[in-house]
Design a protein. Sequence first.
Length: 215
Amino acid sequence: MINLLITIAFLLPNNQQTAQNKTIMKFELVKLPYAANALEPVISQITIELHHGKHLATYVNNLNNLVVGTEFENADLETIVKKSDGAVFNNAGQILNHNLYFTQFSPNGGGKPSGELLAAIEKTWGSFEAFQKEFETASTTLFGSGWAWLAADKDGNLHITKEQNAGNPLRNGYKPILGFDVWEHAYYVDYQNRRADHVKELWKIIDWKTVENRY
Ligand code: MN
């Protein structure tokens, strides 16, 4: 009986600790909605494996370590992106950016959007083709590492924004709809220095239904 009581007393703190650990939210690597080779030849399997399995996985791992014991432990990604800075922002921003990026592609993508999104694009740029041209210009003229975004303001008006490094239009109150990653890791294996060629090819794999649903 004494042995049993000692055993129970010994186990209790461990049980409590296990329950506590379970409440800590961990960020996870987003699952790709296609096979790693499905976007070839626009994006090669090796680029997907490095970009998703190494670069993004590292951001996820970093953020999980960085938020422990901070105000951002258990916060959702969008809150962290809006309110953090330094290394926490860099890693959280890159996770949010890549979650949007990797889930906006499909081997059956391409073409153009429809419905309200197409109407809003035509209202702002005159035509889908004119929008594409301006988006390509934003993507190719961004100096260094960063992102080009199609984003919507509170009234549903669309904007193209250029963001350095881990930047996301969420920081300016805009909702990100479509993002082109122009960090060299996104295209250098497949296109070397030809960023403009990579950007032009990306239109072929955009899953416009997914992008429309974000709008
Ligand atoms: Mn990237």
